[in-house]
Design a protein around this ligand. Structure first.
Ligand code: S3P
Length: 167
């Protein structure tokens, strides 16, 4: 199956990394988490990259990474929440928006051990969420309800993917 790539997009805490890894395993495809790849390349965690080099530098690395992987096939990509906002992904494969409600996102981020440099406080996070939602919704080739637990969202993803690729 050539020419196949799935980009999981959505707000921080929507489950892209967890679900991307599970989906890739089920499909027997490759998996790439863009934050992990960038963090490994720079040798710093994402928070430290923002702190030391700034957001523009991080976005530059995201753009370069998209170029690097654009030719790969049979790949599931878990994107960082801002990646498709700063870099167009249209035409590069299936773009699946994992859409979770703000309350669900907030609860997950508050429990998450991975600190997000762009999560300053609830009001600011809500503003960012509201700004970004229409962009994700517009670019997505498919949207899923990501409020549920990972196993339930994974089932939705598997059903969707089997419909898309007729597998
Ligand atoms: C960001 C989301 C993060 C990470 C960085 C910026 C964003 O990824 O790329 O902190 O702009 O929303 P997750 O969506 O995996 O948290």
């Amino acid at each position: 199956m050539n020419g196949t790539k799935i980009w999981l997009v959505g707000f921080m805490g929507s489950g892209k990394s967890t679900l991307g890894a599970l989906l890739a395993e089920k499909l027997n495809w490759g998996f790439l988490d863009t934050d992990v790849a960038i963090s490994q390349e720079v040798g710093l965690d994402i928070g430290a990259i923002f702190l030391k080099h700034g957001q523009d530098y991080f976005r530059g690395l995201e753009g370069r990474l998209i170029q690097q992987i654009s030719q790969q096939t049979c790949l599931v990509v878990a994107t960082g929440g801002g990646m498709p906002i700063f870099h167009p992904l249209e035409g590069l494969g299936e773009i699946i928006y994992l859409h979770a409600d703000f309350e669900v996102i907030l609860a997950r981020l508050q429990q998450d051990s991975n600190p997000r440099p762009l999560f300053e406080n609830t009001t600011q996070l809500h503003t960012l969420y509201t700004q970004r939602h229409p962009f994700y919704a517009r670019m997505a080739t498919h949207t899923l309800n990501a409020n549920q637990c990972p196993s339930q969202v994974l089932n939705q993803l598997l059903e969707l993917v089997s419909n898309i690729y007729k597998i």
